[in-house]
Design a protein around this ligand. Structure first.
Ligand SMILES: [Zn+2]
Length: 257
């Protein structure tokens, strides 16, 4: 027990020191605030296979732009709702959202296609749940991996109760959605590049779809994607279209039954 505590204190201290070093090395960089963990200071640049993204990652909780945006939007959407009696399904669950959701919802369940650390292994195109099982479904950056996404959207709608809500963000990386002929392994097997028009698909299954955008929320949280998309298409992402500008908005769509 003592040894375990000592280990925890040591790793916390290590994290604090690495954050201090990061802040010191980036004194001239723009400063922001992480709405999830409360960190204040510069954010980390990251370089996934799709290219460099500036001011992306919180050095304290590791959340990136989309997580901060989703956190702010969901807090706003749920502000007047008593969620203590509601049942939630969290698809492809992000670990740093566990506490946020599980403390908020009366019943909290997780789901994924293959992962072992979830309550249900599911294929969103054929859900095993009865109609009207859940009050709230969150599936972030999932639909761009699913070939028959219309079926998945209709399945999510089917398992929601009356007054249910689904939050289903996808990366917005084109003006107009481009369907790929197959999954691209360099984009974590994305089968499309969603555009702004992608969210129209939700309107066929839900009575109302609200779109929350990076530019309608406080700048201090840094909810944009600073990414040079003029270099697209690349060898790794041959079907991503070039986009002008370095600062791009992100969208969180909130779908109401
Ligand atoms: Zn954070």
């Amino acid at each position: 027990m003592l040894r375990k505590n000592a280990r925890r204190i040591k790793s916390k201290l290590k994290k604090k020191i690495s954050i201090l070093i990061f802040k010191f090395r980036n004194l001239g960089k723009m400063r922001f605030e992480c709405p999830i963990c409360g960190y204040r200071g510069p954010l980390m640049d990251i370089a996934p296979s799709t290219g460099l993204r500036k001011h992306a990652k919180c050095p304290q909780c590791n959340a990136v732009e989309r997580h901060r945006l989703q956190f702010v939007v969901i807090n706003y959407v749920l502000r007047d709702i008593d969620t203590s009696n509601l049942k939630m399904l969290h698809c492809a669950p992000e670990p740093f959202f566990y506490d946020f959701f599980s403390q908020r919802f009366g019943q909290y369940e997780t789901a994924d296609l293959n992962r072992k650390d979830v309550d249900h292994n599911v294929d969103l195109q054929h859900l095993q749940f009865a109609d009207a099982t859940y009050d709230f479904v969150f599936a972030s950056h999932v639909l761009e991996h699913i070939p028959d996404d219309e079926k998945a959207i209709s399945e999510i709608r089917r398992i929601l109760k009356p007054k249910g809500i689904a939050v289903l963000p996808v990366p917005v990386i084109a003006e107009k959605t481009i369907e790929y002929p197959g999954p691209n392994p360099n984009e974590s097997n994305h089968v499309r590049a969603p555009g702004m028009d992608y969210f129209d698909r939700f309107g066929r299954y839900f009575s109302k779809v609200e779109r929350f955008s990076s530019d309608s929320l406080p700048k201090k949280y840094q909810l944009f994607l600073y990414e040079d998309r003029s270099q697209w298409p690349t060898k790794e992402c041959p079907l991503r279209p070039a986009m002008q500008g370095e600062k791009h908005i992100d969208i969180v769509p909130v779908c109401y039954v």
